[in-house]
Write a protein that binds this ligand. Structure first.
Ligand code: DSN
Length: 478
């Protein structure tokens, strides 16, 4: 599609929306302006292509299609079958996976499908066989109760939130921490790096049914071959959540032992982070888990979003091109440039650097909490998110860190020099920010005071970079 055609399409779409609810058209226009004018450094965000975005806006949304390809609970799903099959085929080929399930609506949904299917495969099916039943409907109440005890009595070992894991990896307040007996592994207190020997020792002691690897705020690569050895030794199923770095796997930056797909039994991901697709999730699995994963909807998920599955297919197709591999390599190169930019300005990074798509800046060296740093940066037009650091004294709400990722600005074309300048701008904000006080005059973990003139100076500095690398160049709304 040409720039002019895309501009016309979006202008007309917004006019149609505005004729029904002008506030939605206005907010949609404003979001484009805001994204164009800010430094987006949220590690889990990106900018999908106009093709991916346009694919989501169709009547495929109008169809119910619970079930799976060729086995639906609704009539008339022939076109959804095509959409889902094409998306799954692209996912399998992109990642070299035996099986792909593209229905999950988000990463959390993908993880729930994975947990459910591992429980069904490892505990429920053998349990039913032992009880002489084919499915739970054939069980007496007493048998079902004993099977339920066994299902609910399982153990999950995942990376702790403050070490960089995700809420769904067994964090107690999350459903994963409630449905499993959970334990968490952390990182080495000195280096901040994953300690495989400590992980193995913990796994031997705890003997989890599910060992979860993967992260949302750990700035390093993981050796999944080693983690699989640990899982095998203790009889655990290895599930890897690659939501953050699936773009780096697709782009062949993470290969061999760093590619989770050949090593894990089940892999989950989102599609909208480094993979640069529509918002959504998916599951890859070894053949033995396929039948259970396939029942994710309606056992765990609501009806599939066919319009989003269509956009996933387009995004996977885009990710199978050589230019996506260049993009993925640039994400990692740029993260190194950003890290070097901070280190050369004496800032403190968790693990001392990065070799993936994110850096975790410990802002306690600026005398700030993550919350204060996040707010001051936002005032200066730099969009980040606060994040815990290992053993964070400020907890998960205020935190002591800022997580910064390169996928979005790399899509805009930022390179080494731009990311070095981004580090400089961020250090300028943080070194000119002081902690504020509460209304009663005490120390506050939330309020902050940014010195006069800094926000504007940083916005001007960002504008120079952003203007050189426009978002959706050629897209002009009438
Ligand atoms: N929201 C995602 C992230 O920012 O990492 C994970 O849920």
């Amino acid at each position: 599609m040409t720039d002019a055609a895309i501009s016309t399409a979006y202008s007309q779409i917004l006019d149609v929306i505005g004729s029904v609810e002008p506030r939605i058209a206005a907010a949609t226009r404003q979001e484009l302006e805001d994204q164009r004018a800010s430094l987006k450094l949220i590690a889990s965000e990106n900018y999908a292509s106009p093709t991916v975005l346009l694919t989501m806006g169709t009547w495929l949304s109008d169809k119910y299609a619970e079930g799976t390809v060729g086995h639906r609970f609704y009539a008339g799903c022939q076109n959804v079958d095509t959409v889902e099959s094409v998306a799954a085929e692209h996912a399998r080929e992109l990642f070299g996976a035996p099986y792909a399930y593209v229905q999950p609506h988000s990463g959390i949904d993908a993880n729930l499908v994975a947990y459910w299917s591992i429980l069904a495969h490892r505990v429920e099916s053998p349990g039913l066989e032992k009880l002489g039943a084919k499915n739970v409907n054939e069980l007496s109440d007493a048998d079902w109760e004993s099977l339920r005890q066994e299902l609910g009595n399982q153990r999950l070992l995942g990376m702790s939130l403050d070490a960089g894991g995700h809420l769904t990896h067994g964090f107690r307040p999350n459903i994963s921490g409630k449905m499993f007996h959970q334990q968490q592994y952390g990182t080495d207190p000195e280096t901040g790096l994953l300690d495989y020997d400590a992980l193995a020792a913990r796994a031997r002691e705890f003997r989890p049914l599910i060992l979860v690897a993967g992260y949302s705020a750990y700035p390093r690569r993981v050796n999944f071959a080693k983690v699989r050895e640990i899982a095998d030794e203790v009889g655990a199923t290895l599930m890897v959540d690659m939501a953050h770095f699936s773009g780096l796997v697709a782009g062949k930056v993470f290969t061999g032992d760093e590619d989770p797909v050949p090593h894990a039994h089940v892999v989950t991901s989102t599609t909208h982070k480094s993979l640069r697709g529509p918002r959504g999730g998916f599951v890859l699995a070894q053949e033995e888990f396929a039948g259970d994963v396939d029942r994710g909807c309606p056992m765990v998920l609501g009806g599939p979003l066919s319009h989003v599955m269509a956009a996933k297919a387009v995004a996977f197709a885009e990710a199978r091109t050589p230019s996506f591999q260049d993009y993925a390599q640039s994400i990692a190169d740029n993260a190194k440039s950003l890290a070097e930019g901070f280190l050369s300005r004496d800032a403190t990074l968790v693990t001392g650097g990065t070799d993936n798509h994110l850096v975790l800046l410990d802002v306690s060296s600026f005398g700030l909490t993550g919350r204060q740093a996040e707010s001051a940066l936002l005032e200066a037009g730099v969009v980040t998110n606060r994040n815990s650091v290992p053993a964070d004294p400020n907890g998960a709400w205020y935190t002591s860190g800022i997580r910064l990722g390169t996928p979005a600005l790399t899509t805009r074309g930022f390179g080494h020099a731009e990311f070095d300048r981004v580090a400089e701008l961020i250090v300028e904000v943080l070194s000119n920010t002081q902690p504020g006080t509460t209304k009663a005059g005490g120390p506050s973990k939330a309020s902050y005071v940014l010195a006069d003139g800094v926000a504007q100076r940083v916005k001007d500095g960002s504008a120079e970079l952003l203007e050189k690398h426009p978002l959706y160049p050629g897209l002009e709304l009438a």
